[in-house]
Ligand binder design. Structure first.
Ligand SMILES: [Zn+2]
Ligand SMILES: [Zn+2]
Length: 213
């Protein structure tokens, strides 16, 4: 499996291209902005795009969808609980004064525990609400497409509309049940591992917030 990425937009969001070199199939995770740069990444990889998977619906993760779908009309998959955020994308972007193409409706809703296939590989959907109500992780082949649940040295914000700090606590505890060896590819900043974050992330090792052990 190959995981490529491009960092896009005002919020420096990581859009990932996950592909199976055996079949040539690929999915985009969180095409957040700058669709031209995302299309270029897909074309350079020489893969066939099969779907768009969304960790959540904040504007910095969905702003490139319209541009991608104008070229390849692949299905968009998302947890239903982020629909209100998805629907308000253009409105929220206007508040930030940012250009934004409202994406077409989500094609398929995904749920906790669901298995998604990409070529020869299987990813499991884990619902981790808190940063947003429908936030999910995609876990497979030793990798986690992590969105804004946790970052190298930090965690996602819980002070915005639709955030739920109590749910976030539970979701972080659930993420800490994952194996240390898993590589996390977050929505912002560099990749890390569950083990590194368990050891050194102040929000996960007991320094900045209490954790259950
Ligand atoms: Zn977010
Ligand atoms: Zn984000």
């Amino acid at each position: 499996m190959i995981i490529d990425h491009v960092t896009v937009g005002a919020f420096q969001e990581n859009c990932y291209l996950v592909s199976d070199p055996g079949t040539g199939g690929a999915v985009l995770v969180d095409p957040g902005a700058e669709p031209e740069a995302i299309l270029e990444m897909v074309e350079r990889a020489g893969v066939t795009l099969e779907a768009i998977w969304l960790t959540h619906a904040h504007i910095d993760h969905i702003g490139g969808i319209a541009g991608v779908k104008a070229k390849w009309n692949v299905p968009v998959l998302m947890h239903h609980a982020d629909q209100p955020i998805y629907a308000r994308g253009a409105e929220v972007s206007a508040m930030y004064g940012l250009p934004f193409d409202q994406p077409p409706a989500v094609d398929r809703e995904i749920v906790d525990g669901e298995e998604l296939t990409l070529g020869r590989f299987t990813f499991t959907v884990m619902h981790v609400p808190g940063h947003s109500p429908g936030h999910v992780l995609f876990i497979g082949e030793g990798n986690v497409l992590g969105g804004d649940l946790l970052f190298a040295g930090s965690i996602g914000r819980t002070d915005m509309p639709y955030c739920d700090p109590v749910a976030m606590e539970r979701s972080l505890e659930r993420a800490m049940t994952l194996d240390d060896s898993l590589v996390v590819h977050p929505g912002h900043g560099p990749s890390t591992t569950i083990g590194d974050e368990r050891a050194s992330n102040p929000f996960l090792n007991g320094t900045a917030r209490p954790v259950k052990r």
